[in-house]
Design a protein around this ligand. Structure first.
Ligand code: PLP
Length: 424
């Protein structure tokens, strides 16, 4: 059949480029099957997992504070399901918006309130959905009776969900899309100055998900204010981790403005699932009406909101502070260990402001070989290749969690030193 010939050829082409991805089947270590107390303790942490039947030390999760396996959150999820059921039954605008969703949104608005004037919040099923819905809906804000005249200014390394949001905005509202060079605020200033669009939207990740460093948020906000533009900040990897109370990039950078539209995810440091947008309450009202993934999708299971309220309690507690402090310690240990131990003649370790630490090795095949060498030593670090990162910058993406120990970070550093010796 012609259809399947084309499909087979397309898959074979992924193979020849070293770009074919497969999923691994992951399980938590089963605590009850562990014999020693030490093994039982290991199984309660999420950092040692079973992958295709082998136990591996994992450095590949976005569960930066180790909350995904926290017993209080798991308990809140279970209790919430028993109380409010497994599903919400309908989209939010029909009958799916439960009191627990409203409580969660109020808490999120309160958390971001110091940095977002008149803050309200909207809970989505995923960060991907929040971003595509947000960008499309922002681009659809027009004066009645006038044609949309929208320009979007998107940072080159933005997450795919922001990129896909711009594609929707272009298709639905004729938005013009300008991609500015990574962290190049001078180039962005020029593009903004040249634009005559009536609606201007700047899009940026706060922490770049494959690089770990921060966007120049202060400069971006100044440009947004000078040009009367929205500034959308995707803080998927900052919320919970950055800032002294874990409120994220805005707290970390001390930024507050009515121009900011903030997106934080809740399946990473918060350890559960979903995402939220925090912004001026009038914009949230617009999103309730116009963000299509929100309007046309069944509302999230209410139990998730119960779990997220427990997670927010932990993020704002002394335990949250301790987890953030331990994570910072681990990050420093990793960066210091890599810089001291690696030759870094062919590989690079960029500065990181987050729990994400890339080791850039260049070629796809080298990244795959390095990941395989680590796996032989019982360590799991994912190899990231194009199109997720630019060609020629394949890398190992190391992500740390407050559940790791210093000894585990040392073990990783030794594994990477070994891999570099063998591959360069
Ligand atoms: C920067 C960034 N934005 C958005 C998302 C999407 O979030 P979610 O996984 O909740 O869909 C991700 C996910 O990896 C991300 O890294």
């Amino acid at each position: 059949m012609g259809l399947y010939n084309a499909l087979d050829n397309a898959l074979a082409s992924l193979d020849t480029q070293g770009l074919r991805r497969t999923r691994r089947i992951v399980s938590r270590l089963a605590g009850s099957e562990q014999s020693s107390a030490e093994a039982a303790e290991e199984s309660s942490r999420g950092t040692r997992i079973e992958v295709d039947g082998r136990t591996l030390l994992a450095f590949c999760s976005n569960d930066y504070l180790g909350l995904a396996n926290h017993p209080l959150i798991a308990q809140a999820l279970a209790d919430g399901a028993l109380r409010d059921g497994a599903g919400s039954g309908a989209s939010a605008l029909i009958s799916g918006h439960r009191s627990i969703h409203a409580r969660l949104e109020a808490r999120l608005a309160e958390r971001l309130g110091p940095w977002i004037p008149n803050a309200d919040a909207l809970y989505f099923g995923a960060g991907y959905l929040a971003n595509i819905g947000l960008v499309d809906a922002l681009a659809g804000i027009t004066q009645p009776g006038t044609a949309p005249d929208v320009a979007i200014f998107s940072e080159a390394l933005n997450h795919a969900s922001l990129v896909d949001g711009t594609r929707l905005a272009r298709a639905h509202h004729g938005a013009t899309v300008h991609v500015y060079r990574h962290c190049d605020t001078a180039a962005l200033a020029q593009l903004l100055a040249n634009s005559t669009a009536t609606t201007k939207i700047i899009l940026t990740d706060s922490v770049f998900s494959m690089d770990g460093h921060l966007a120049p948020l202060k400069e971006l906000l100044t440009l947004a204010e000078q040009n009367d533009a929205w500034l959308v900040i995707d803080d998927a990897h900052g919320f919970g981790v950055l800032g002294s109370i874990g409120a994220g990039a805005l707290e970390h950078c001390g930024l507050s403005s009515a121009h900011i539209v903030y997106m934080g995810t809740l399946g990473k440091a918060a350890g559960v699932a979903g995402a939220f947008i925090a912004a001026d309450c009038r914009l949230i009202d617009w999103l309730v009406n116009r963000a299509r993934p929100y309007v046309y999708s069944t509302a999230c299971p209410p139990a998730l909101s119960h779990a997220l309220l427990a997670s927010l309690d932990l993020l704002g507690s002394t335990e949250g502070d301790q987890r953030r402090a331990h994570l910072r310690l681990l990050c420093e240990r990793l960066q210091r260990g890599l810089r001291a131990g690696l030759r870094l003649t062919h590989w690079q370790v960029p500065q990181s402001h987050s729990a994400i630490h890339p080791l850039i090795v260049g070629e796809n095949a080298v990244a795959l070989a390095a990941a395989a060498l680590l796996r032989d030593q019982g360590i799991w670090v994912p190899a990231i290749r194009p199109p997720t990162v630019p060609p020629g910058t394949a890398r190992l993406r190391i992500s740390l969690s407050a559940e790791h120990t210093l000894a585990e970070v040392d073990q990783l550093v030794h594994g990477l030193i070994d891999a570099e010796r063998q591959l360069t």
